[in-house]
Design a binder for this molecule. Structure first.
Ligand SMILES: Nc1nc2c(ncn2[C@@H]2O[C@H](COP(=O)(O)OP(=O)(O)OP(=O)(O)O)[C@@H](O)[C@H]2O)c(=O)[nH]1
Ligand SMILES: [Mg+2]
Ligand SMILES: [Zn+2]
Length: 249
């Protein structure tokens, strides 16, 4: 079928080929864990920028909250606020507890959705909980590295018995931005996009221009520090850098 949208990533190996994870989807659920394994904001920001570029709505599901200590619950609170302030819907779940994810059945009914995120965050576990008839392979994360074992190896779509379709995808280690015109990158940060009319220049890149409303908002803590700094990192890096350094694990 012709593709009206897609989620694409660069492959991790040296071939640097790009790889379409899913196409023609109604929305994406980004599964994030702050422990076992830890998802960094650099990864979250790259993922949602990619979805924004195709106007695919993103919901961030913070998973495994049953494992969080008080300190990690604090981090959860801070991280959740960053993304809520940026305009994203954020929810907390425990994928193994049916009651905490029951609401998703209704949301997915009549839709085609994608589950994405690092390896080991619980994407396949969540599919299994949503439909007891499905029995996808899942695996404990590595104890020594606290990272997933890349259990799911290819993207596959499943029909839920309660209606709708889920595309379960293999864990993504790093996310390279592909086919991006850097001049447009800030359009994919909703909280920056809305300030652009207030910048002095209508093509402002919010880097070092005078009378920039985004820089002003950042210095006044109205734009989260991590969001702005990740934006600058993406603006400044050359296309292949993400892979050489592998810094967004
Ligand atoms: N405690 C706890 N463990 C969970 C939860 N969700 C998933 N897990 C565990 O996390 C591990 C990894 O889950 P998977 O579903 O295989 O993760 P995945 O995201 O599909 O990983 P890949 O297929 O490698 O991308 C399994 O041992 C799950 O049982 C949760 O909410 N709480
Ligand atoms: Mg999986
Ligand atoms: Zn600006």
């Amino acid at each position: 079928m012709p593709r009206k949208n897609y989620v694409i990533r660069k492959s991790i190996n040296l071939s640097k080929r790009s790889h379409i994870l899913a196409a023609n989807i109604d929305c994406v659920y980004l599964i994030v864990t702050l422990v076992s394994p830890q998802t960094q904001t650099g990864f979250i920001d790259r993922f949602i920028v990619t979805a924004e570029a195709y106007h695919i709505p993103v919901t961030i599901l913070f998973n495994k909250i049953d494992l969080y200590t008080a300190k990690e619950l604090d981090l959860l609170d801070t991280t959740k606020k960053i993304y809520e302030n940026a305009g994203y819907r954020c929810l907390t779940i425990s994928a193994k507890q049916a009651s905490s994810v029951e609401f998703l059945k209704n949301e997915i009914k009549g839709k085609k959705v994608m589950f994405g995120g690092h390896s080991g965050v619980g994407k396949s576990t969540l599919v299994n909980t949503l439909d007891q008839n499905l029995n996808l392979k899942t695996a404990n994360i590595s104890k020594s590295h606290s990272s997933g074992l890349h259990t799911t190896t290819f993207a596959e779509m499943f029909a839920l018995s309660t209606g709708g379709f889920i595309i379960d995808t293999p864990g993504i280690r790093a996310f390279g931005l592909i086919d991006f015109d850097k001049k447009e990158l800030s359009h994919y940060f909703p909280e920056m996009r809305e300030l652009l009319p207030d910048c002095k220049f209508n093509n402002c890149q919010h880097m070092n221009e005078p009378k920039c409303a985004v820089i002003k908002a950042f210095t006044e803590d109205r734009i989260a520090e991590s969001r702005y700094l990740n934006y600058i990192k993406m603006m400044e890096e050359d296309e292949d850098e993400t892979f050489r350094k592998d810094i967004y694990k």
